[in-house]
Design a protein around this ligand. Structure first.
Ligand code: PMP
Length: 392
């Protein structure tokens, strides 16, 4: 089953009797609608602000918003200035621009297996070859990565990872593995792309410092660092305003600004101003509310999996984010199971095969718990467990 067939199946999810664990998206009930409405109203009813909000603006992004992000990054252990930050149309656009700058056809992108499908889609346009990062002690030697890249006629252009509560695995990279990756990247003289889309959504356990913070501590300052941190308001405030950011050494940011200028000049000025005002007003309470709601759903899904899955099925136990990654017995194909699950038991999920740059495994599923109530989760996992038991 190929990607377009899966997309066709996922179109059926609009049907009201289907319980879907497919979409990795925020619950709209969480959106800070009032704060966003207030921000648009305040900006548009003030003639000076309205004139600014509806006008062209600089490619780097709205300065007060970059100031808010600078303080946010500093709280994460990343001392920086506004020159280290560019606003992007979601973090997805940062991934595209980074691919454009750092990957030529035939170069190698190091990614985890599995990895975020949208990053593969962003990088694919620049025709890289993929090689696999084995974080948590499983990386190969720098020579091995370098020689494999050279044999393909290119160099290692970047190492990409979702370090916290990854999409799709839900897993968080440990501190030693982050340090090892920075050591590997140094030896390969390559950049590290830290996708932090879910970083704020931690439900338990200890926060691990961002790779960019560790990189700065090792290298002596952000200007000497090799990590590009991709952040976003999509998972915490609202994705539709399309406001994210990239933070890193100012020389790299300056090049990304040229890519931004060429692509779309700048993000919608009004949306940046609104996001700034909304973040000032509700970011903290918003994250607290997200954590409470999604934690309850994560807990419900882990409990329901334990109750209903047969013994030959295993899954990750994420400390945050939106996803649990399920491993089925070797003979069961996730895409075939999806077709059967929609038809027979009216539940849906994303089959795991699409999340691999190389070394694809088909006996995997990504379950998202962000959109379903604990009762729906219990019912859905009971149906999935019964289906898997029928299949033996
Ligand atoms: N990275 C990861 C890991 C994601 O899951 C997503 C959203 N699916 C993105 C980046 C892109 O999000 P946005 O462009 O809305 O910031």
């Amino acid at each position: 089953m190929n990607a377009s067939e899966i997309r066709e199946l996922l179109k059926l999810l609009d049907q009201p009797d289907i319980i879907s664990f497919a979409g990795g998206i925020p619950d709209p009930a969480q959106f800070p609608t009032q704060a966003i409405r207030d921000a648009y109203a305040a900006i548009l009813s003030d003639p000076a602000k309205a004139a600014q909000a509806l006008q062209y603006s600089v490619s780097e992004g709205y300065l007060p918003l970059r100031g808010w992000i600078r303080r946010h990054m500093e709280a994460l252990g990343v001392p920086c200035t506004e020159a280290n930050i560019m606003i992007t149309a979601g973090s997805q656009q940062a991934l595209d621009f980074i691919g454009k700058l750092f990957l030529s056809a035939g170069d190698t992108a190091l990614v985890t297996a599995p990895t975020y499908l949208g990053a593969l889609q962003a990088f694919n346009a620049y025709e890289p070859r993929y090689d696999t990062l084995g974080l948590e002690g499983g990386n190969r030697t720098p020579e091995s990565y370098r020689e494999a890249a050279a044999a393909n006629g290119g160099r290692v252009g970047l190492a990409y990872l979702v370090a916290d509560f990854a999409n799709p695995s839900g897993e968080t990279v440990s501190l030693p593995a982050r340090q090892d990756l920075l050591t590997l990247a140094e030896a390969l003289d390559t950049i590290v792309v830290e996708d932090a889309a879910y970083q704020a959504l931690r439900y338990d356990g200890e926060a691990v410092p961002p790779l960019l913070a560790l990189d700065i501590a090792r290298s002596g300052g952000i200007e000497a660092s090799r990590t590009l941190y991709c952040g976003t308001f999509s998972k915490t405030l609202a994705p539709a305003l399309r406001v994210g950011w990239v933070c890193g050494a100012s020389a790299a940011i300056a090049k990304l600004v040229l890519a931004k200028q060429a692509a779309d000049l700048h993000c919608a000025t009004i949306n940046q101003m609104v996001m700034h005002q909304a973040a000032e007003a509700v970011y903290e309470s918003q994250v607290a509310s997200n954590r409470k709601v999604y934690k309850e759903r994560r807990d419900a899904m882990l409990a329901a999996l334990a109750r209903h899955m047969p013994e030959n099925v295993s899954w990750t136990r994420p400390e945050g984010g939106m996803f649990i990654w399920v491993t089925l017995p070797a003979g069961i194909d996730g895409a075939d199971l999806l077709a059967q699950a929609i038809k027979d038991c009216r539940i849906a999920f994303v089959p795991g095969g699409a999340f691999y740059g190389e070394g694809r495994q088909n006996n995997k599923l990504r379950l998202s718990f962000s959109l379903s109530t604990p009762a729906q989760i219990e019912e859905g996992m009971a149906r999935l467990g019964a289906l898997l038991r029928r299949l033996g």
